[in-house]
Design a protein around this ligand. Structure first.
Ligand code: CP3
Length: 349
């Protein structure tokens, strides 16, 4: 069956007059209605695990800006939490996890019972699909997601964000056999989590590999391409037609190998990716998604218009989804998001 929603048509390799758009982190702190609900809920994870709150937040940007896709409100770090790692989001500090440093620490991770923690996420998906229908957003697709094993492992081993990735890289480079065990746990839990999201109603999936750009070529192949390919193959075994967007942030020219070897449907581009190179080396293989610098969106005005038009001129001849090259920055005025959606909607070559 051919998809009807514009976003899904493009993922299915069809060119659309209507260029679909959505923006990474489109639900979040730049929206006053998000901040109000977070205040009321008493923190980020209280919203993530409350289907009523999480579905409201998923819909907030759609009600304002009518993007072509809504993205499930959750986080990539719910998987380590469901595996048994302690996770906290301290206000203004980002995520904190108790570190997993070696093979012995892997014992705390339990792949079998992750749905005990994750089942509210599946409820959120059902509820969000229902609300999209009830509110007349019948052209809006719902995207599910997970972090890719490498990126999730960086948070698990570093205990949060990092500048140098010394701990996780030392483990991966120095003791690849035991690091592989951590990656294998993430491949199987992520596969399970994505299949459950599809069963609950997501219509496409994005794999976020935010830190794929910190590895050399051999390690990129080993820890980014191979595990991603395994997840894609596992999910496709059950759902052969589910569109999967891969977002290997910072991968540069290694993106081509990633696009060819992982089995993904669409490749997400970060904002450092040259548009001509992406058109000639990636968009000839598959649809692309990207890649406006979020600071351009923060800036607004002529700078926003010029950069958005340049992207549209470069990539709109073949299947293309407009997005940012990373997430919306929390200081972004909502009016700038409205300006950007208008530029995309009114674009004619
Ligand atoms: O709107 C959406 O895009 C959907 C929801 C979503 C969130 N996180 C909500 C969130 C998605 C898809 C993510 C993915 C995610 N989470 C990634 C991959 C994308 C990327 O940004 O590179 C990563 C690395 C994380 C881990 C994470 N979550 C960090 C490092 C932080 C702290 C930094 C920050 O921006 O606050 C979070 C918190 C987080 N995840 C917030 C939101 C809305 C902010 C929470 C708050 O303070 O209200």
């Amino acid at each position: 069956m051919q998809p009807k929603k514009p976003f899904l048509k493009v993922l299915n390799n069809q060119t659309e007059n209507h260029i679909p758009c959505w923006f990474m982190r489109q639900a979040g702190r730049y929206l006053p209605e998000y901040r109000a609900l977070r205040e009321e809920a008493g923190g980020f994870l209280n919203m993530v695990y409350n289907p009523e709150n999480a579905s409201e937040i998923t819909l907030q940007p759609i009600r304002r800006f009518k993007m072509d896709a809504a993205i499930l409100f959750s986080d990539i770090l719910v998987v380590p939490q469901a595996l048994g790692q302690k996770l906290e989001f301290l206000a203004g500090e980002g995520p904190k996890l108790n570190k997993v440093s070696n093979e012995k620490d892997l014992k705390i991770l339990d792949v079998k019972n992750i749905d005990n923690i994750l089942s509210p996420v599946y409820e959120t998906i059902k509820l969000t699909r229902q609300k999209l229908t009830d509110e007349g957003f019948d052209q809006t697709a719902l995207i599910g997601f997970a972090g890719s094993p490498w990126t999730v492992a960086t948070y698990m081993v570093e205990g949060g964000g990092s500048k140098t990735y010394e701990n996780v890289k030392s483990w991966a480079y120095g003791n690849p056999e035991t690091f592989q065990k951590l990656i294998d746990i993430l491949v199987s839990s992520t596969t399970h989590y994505l299949i459950k999201q599809i069963e609950a109603g997501v219509e496409a999936i994005q794999l976020f590999d935010s830190w794929s750009g910190v590895l050399d070529e051999d390690n990129f192949n080993k820890w980014v391409i191979v595990p991603t390919a395994q997840i894609v193959a596992n999910v496709r075994e059950k759902y052969p037609n589910i569109p999967i967007i891969g977002f290997p942030r910072g991968a540069g020219t290694m993106s081509k190998n990633y696009a060819e070897k992982t089995g993904i449907t669409v490749i997400g581009l970060d904002f450092t990716m040259p548009l001509d190179w992406a058109r000639d080396n990636l968009q000839n293989i598959m649809p692309v998604q990207g890649n406006l610098d979020p600071v351009t969106l923060l800036t607004g005005g002529e700078a926003l218009k010029t950069a958005a038009i340049h992207i549209l001129d470069s990539l709109s001849d073949k299947p293309f989804v407009f997005n940012l090259g990373h997430g919306v920055i929390k200081e972004t005025p909502p009016e700038h998001v409205e300006q950007l959606v208008n530029i995309i909607r009114n674009y004619k070559k």
